[in-house]
Each structure stands twice: as C-alpha cells, then as structure tokens.
Design a protein around this ligand. Structure first.
Ligand code: NAD
Length: 476
C-alpha cells in the first residue's frame, strides 16, 4: 500500500519499502513506503495548502462530512476488521469493535458541530469582548500499533472538526488499516490534503513531523521513552503536545466485591488485545479474605482462554504484535523465573507446537506473591501476564497502587460507597472505574497523570485542545 498525501497514493522519495507481517503466521501481507523527512515536507505542504479552505467552512459542514465518512467506514467494517486482525493480531471480534469504535468517535465529534464554540464577555464601561476558538493549523499525529484505528479516531476527529488539517504517522507494524480508512475518508469527500498519512520509522518520519516549523501541535500515543523524546523536540520549539503514554493500571478487588463479575473483569481487563492495551489491568491487588477463592477461579478462566490466529472466530486471544514485544516479554518472564520474583501459577512462556511456531504467541500467564521490586510491578508489562498481590486491607492496596510511576487508569471492585470514595480521591490516575475496567468512550476525557502523559483526548475538551482563542476587544 502507498502513503496517502494530498488525497492520492504516494510512494516514498526513498523508493524503499517495509514489509508488514501477520504476527500469527509471519507471512508478509503487504508493504508500505519507508518514508523520509522529504515525504513529510511534501505532506505538510499539502496540509498547509488545504488549511485555509477547510478552516473557513462552517463547522457544521465539516461535521456532516465526518458523519458521512463514518457511515462509509461502517459499511466496510468487515473487510477493515479482517485487515486489522491480519496486521495487528487481535481476534476478529476485537478488531470489529475497534473499527466500530473509530466510527463512534467520528460521530461523537460530528455531533458537536452544531454546538456554538466561543464566548462573549460584557465589560461595562470598558467595552465588550468576543472570543473565537480558531483552529491551530497543521497538526501532527503519531500513533502506536496496539489500538491503531481507535487512536487514529481520537486524533483525527477532533482535529479535523475544529478546522485543522493533519499529517499522521502510523506505526510500522500496523499501518495498513489506517491507510485503508484514510482512503475511505478521502472518497467520502475530505478535500485533498486535509488528512495525510506518512509511513516510516519514528526516527525519520516521526521526528520530521515534530520538528517541521509548520506543525502547530503534536498529539502522540506510545511509550514513555518516545514521549520524552517528543517532549524534548517539541519543547525546544515551543509546540503544544498531547502525550498519551504507558500505564500500569491497578485493579483492587475488595472482600465485598461480586466475585464472578470481578473474575471476568480481570480476565478481560488483562487479556483483551493479548494484554497490549495502555489501560489494561497490569497489577491486581486482592483482599486477603477472598484471595484464595478469587485466584482459583481466575486461574481456571485464564487456562481456558483459546489462543490462536485471530481470524479464527473461536479464538479469544491472538499473538503479540511484533518480535520486539515478544522478545521483551519472554526476557521478563525468564528473569521472573530465574530470580524467583513470584510464583507462576500458569503460563509464563512462549507457546510452542502446531499452529504456534510461526507466530508471536505467548501463554496467558498468572503470577502471585510477586516481590515488590519485580518489573512486573514497577514497569509496564505489555503482554498477557497478570501479577497478583494479596493485600490485608484497602489502605495497603491504595499505597501499593500508587507506587507505580504511571497513573493512567485504576479500578476498584466493591459494593461499598465509602471504599469507592477513598479510591477515587486517593489513587493517582486519570480515570477510576468502579466494578469495571478498560472502558474508554468518546464522551469521556481520557489521559493520565505522572509518567502516563500530558493532556487529554476525547470529550469536548479535546476539541478545544485543537483550537486557540482569539479575542476581539470592542472599546465602545
Ligand atoms: P512507541 O513509542 O515505540 O511507538 C509509537 C509511535 O511513535 C510509532 O509510530 C513509532 O514509529 C513512533 N516513534 C518512535 N520513535 C519516535 C521518535 N523518536 N520520534 C517520533 N516518533 C517516534 O510505542 P509502541 O510500542 O508502538 O506502543 C506501545 C506503548 O504505547 C505502550 O507504552 C502503551 O502503554 C502506549 N499506549 C498509550 C496509550 C494511551 O492512550 N495512554 C494508548 C495506547 C498505547
């Protein structure tokens, strides 16, 4: 597949290509151009040319176009979900949810297009003020491979509705569905240059987007290490950034929780997308009174997960997305075993044997009695490994939950309102779920505290984030 610049398919000036592999089979499913800073320059120029006309349209017109685009993507959701499964690895059901989730985001922002944005301020004898929310200009977006389509929606929909144009770089291991969707958006009537997709490595195309003088704002989702680099590059140029970074969400299960519901919550919370979700349950704290029963039930469910190629409709968990992920996780679990960092109750190794040998398949894994300084608790484990810690009381659970450098999401499973109140006020996170985990919707602000990032996506405020105010002061 080619890049999409100015509404058309484009190779890279480098004439180099990168293969895109199916992580369940290691087959090459397609290839994309290995972009360069020159490709970024061309993409930014076309976004700049498109900006004026696009920003001068009534917001409602842009909204109608987003509605239309969402409807066209919905019509093709089956093919898109299949492609997403093939390049990303997730089961078809999850890929379908993700493509539909993208449409929901487009429709949510399209629906905001009829709300007036701006203020009028009466200042008595000094005059009156009118405050407009103007679009910023050309925005940059850089996204990861784990939920590529949904995250594309979180960035594209508010930016475009607000009247900006955009240059977006997908991850090299999941660019195909994004390119296909961008073609559908162009065909739905997006003027050429409004949305441009440049493929390539982070170091070449990614950094070229951030450092291009015409890029007004960069919205990034990815790892903390890359987020720091982006912060440095953007900060040195006084550019606005949104950084949606890693997480190590705690899930606290109290002794008054609905246990079957909590077991299913932990299972989905950790093993959805093979554990490669920023807000996955990455640390489980269970109250001692119910710990043995809870862990026993959870182990049965973890061992029952059907792992395989996501294209098989019976499969509940696919492979990891790429070699680096697979090797990192294998290394982490090797060190857990060698250094006795915890007791592995089930799993712990790459899956071997028929159907697994040519893919990045890893066993769904449960580890208990994890030592406090194990990377399972101190870092971000991006894969199907769940560390469980038994705690004597809520205070200990909250204290340990807050030991992580991350603060993306957290959940508490309880029937006691006083427990909810304490967790809501005391756990450091951008979102606290009660009796659920993982649900992120376009209406709800999403983003982290501490090392999990800066800024928020989704909700009305994200739309405002793609604008700046301009005041007209009328001194009568
Ligand atoms: P990554 O940081 O390696 O890559 C993300 C994107 O950044 C890719 O497109 C990559 O090519 C690009 N990139 C890499 N180096 C760059 C550079 N120097 N300059 C510009 N761009 C560069 O992350 P990943 O491995 O693709 O994704 C996994 C991480 O993303 C996890 O830490 C996960 O928690 C996080 N994540 C966060 C959220 C959130 O909303 N908070 C959502 C999903 C994923």
């Amino acid at each position: 597949m080619h890049m999409r610049i100015n509404g058309a398919e484009m190779p890279s000036v480098s004439a180099e290509w990168r293969d895109v592999l199916n992580p369940a089979t290691w087959e090459v499913i397609d290839r994309v151009p290995d972009g360069t800073s020159e490709d970024v320059r061309v993409a930014v120029e076309s976004a700049e040319s498109a900006f004026q006309k696009w920003s001068e349209k009534a917001t409602r017109e842009r909204g109608i176009l987003l509605f239309h685009a969402a409807s066209n993507v919905r019509e093709q959701h089956k093919d898109l979900a299949r492609l997403l499964t093939m390049e990303q690895g997730k089961p078809l059901r999850e890929a379908t949810d993700e493509v539909r989730g993208f449409c929901n985001v487009l429709e949510f922002y399209a629906g905001l297009s009829s709300q007036p944005a701006g203020d009028a301020v009466r200042l008595g004898a000094q005059g009156d003020c009118m405050v407009l929310h103007e679009p910023l200009g050309v925005c940059g977006a850089i996204i990861p491979w784990n939920m590529p389509v949904l995250i594309m929606g979180w960035k594209v929909a508010p930016a475009l509705l607000a009247g900006n144009t955009m240059v977006l770089k997908p991850s090299s291991t999941a660019p195909l569905t994004i390119l296909s969707i961008s073609k559908i958006l162009d065909e739905a009537g997006l003027p050429p240059g409004v949305l441009n997709i440049v493929t390539g490595s982070g170091a070449s195309t990614g950094e070229a987007i951030i450092t291009h003088p015409s890029i007004q704002k960069v919205s990034f989702t990815g790892s903390c290490a890359t987020g720091c680099r982006i912060s440095e590059l953007a900060g040195a140029r006084n550019k606005d950034v949104v950084l949606e970074l890693g997480g190590s969400d705690p899930m606290i299960v109290m002794n008054d929780a609905d246990l079957p519901k909590a077991v299913e919550g932990a299972l989905r919370g950790r093993f959805y997308n093979a554990g490669q979700t920023c807000t996955a349950v990455k640390r489980l704290f269970v109250h001692k009174d119910i710990a043995e029963s809870f862990i026993r039930q959870l182990k049965v469910r973890v061992e029952s997960l059907n792992v395989g190629d996501g294209l098989d409709p019976r499969v509940e968990m696919g492979p990891l997305n790429n070699r680096q992920q697979f090797e990192t996780l294998s290394g982490t679990m090797k060190s857990v075993r060698e250094n006795e960092e915890g007791t592995i109750l089930t799993g712990g190794s790459p899956l071997k044997g028929k159907g697994y040998d040519n893919g990045y398949f890893f066993e769904p894994t449960l580890v208990r009695d994890v030592i406090a300084d194990s990377p399972l608790l101190t870092g971000e484990i991006f894969g199907p490994v769940l560390p469980v810690v038994v705690v004597p009381d809520l205070a200990t659970a909250i204290r340990q939950a807050n030991l992580s450098p991350y603060g993306l999401g957290a959940s508490v499973w309880t029937s006691d309102l006083a427990t909810v109140k304490r967790v809501y006020h005391e756990v450091h996170a951008g979102i606290i779920w009660v009796n659920r985990h993982l649900t992120v919707l376009p209406e709800i602000p999403f983003g982290g505290t501490k090392e999990s990032g800066i800024g928020r996506e989704n909700g009305y405020r994200a739309l405002e984030g793609y604008t700046r105010t301009k005041t007209l002061f009328l001194g009568w």
